[in-house]
Design a binder for this molecule. Structure first.
Ligand SMILES: [Zn+2]
Length: 252
């Protein structure tokens, strides 16, 4: 996982302004903050920063990454308005992405086994937050299973309404582009991505892994400074969970 993301996080993939203007309360741009892989640094550092600013984020959890002792904390985050999302059970990616046991690579999956896994993770999330519908983020932003694109079957299943990709496909709610800032990235880099999206009245989805810890880490300082900027710019910048923003985008 680290190898793959170190390569993609080194540069930013700017989200296309796939969805036009017209955000609630006349806001000029929609910003979604997403955090992947159920990492403890997100609970310890990212969540308190968001809570202090009164902002809500989206946390894409994997079943295998969930630590039993953190379940109550994820549940509490959901109860206070953060969104929990589906990042599958085993976070299968292609063999080329990072070293993993063969059975957890997407080459060994079929569309059916992947959809079963997504359904299973939805059930886990419902057990945590009580909600019957969950957004998803495709592991590694890829959506192949055994050489077949599983997005058409996922779309047809109706299990997932919104799915965050990485490079993404402009205008497709099941492959929403995202931007990533880790390592030496600064708050100024993140703010620029918001300002770029604001020029087109669009939306920008941020992806994070560790914050001040774990891996592919965004520094505590850069994250805190960015969150403070978002809080200070709420008259024009709308920060909301992924599904909330996607619902609003769908109405436009
Ligand atoms: Zn992930």
């Amino acid at each position: 996982m680290k190898t793959f993301w170190a390569a993609t996080a080194a540069f930013t993939i700017l989200a296309a302004a796939a969805f036009g203007g017209g955000w609630p309360d006349g806001k000029k741009v929609a910003v979604v903050l997403t955090y992947d892989d159920a990492l403890t640094s997100q609970l310890d550092i990212a969540l308190p920063a968001l809570d202090a600013a009164g902002l809500k984020g989206t946390f894409f959890l994997t079943g295998a990454g969930l630590k039993p002792e953190t379940i109550a904390r994820w549940r509490a985050a959901a109860a206070e308005g953060h969104e929990l999302g589906n990042h599958t059970v085993f976070h299968a990616c292609s063999r080329a992405a990072y070293p993993a046991p063969e059975r957890y690579t997407t080459e060994t999956y079929t569309v059916d086994t992947m959809l079963t896994e997504i359904r299973t993770m939805n059930a886990v999330l419902t057990a945590i937050d009580g909600k019957t519908s969950h957004a998803m983020a495709t592991p590694c932003g890829a959506h192949m299973a055994g050489g077949v694109d599983y997005l058409p079957a996922l779309r047809q299943s109706g299990m997932i309404k919104y799915d965050r990709g990485v490079g993404g496909t402009a205008g497709d709610p099941l492959d929403v582009p995202s931007v990533w800032f880790a390592g030496k990235a600064t708050a100024a880099d993140m703010i620029k991505a918001v300002e770029d999206a604001e020029k087109t009245g669009g939306m920008v989805v941020f992806g994070f892994h560790g914050v001040g810890g774990d891996y592919l880490t965004t520094t505590t300082e850069a994250h805190a400074e960015f969150v403070a900027w978002l809080e200070a710019h709420q008259s024009t910048v709308w920060v909301a969970p992924f599904s909330t923003v996607m619902d609003a985008a769908a109405k436009k």
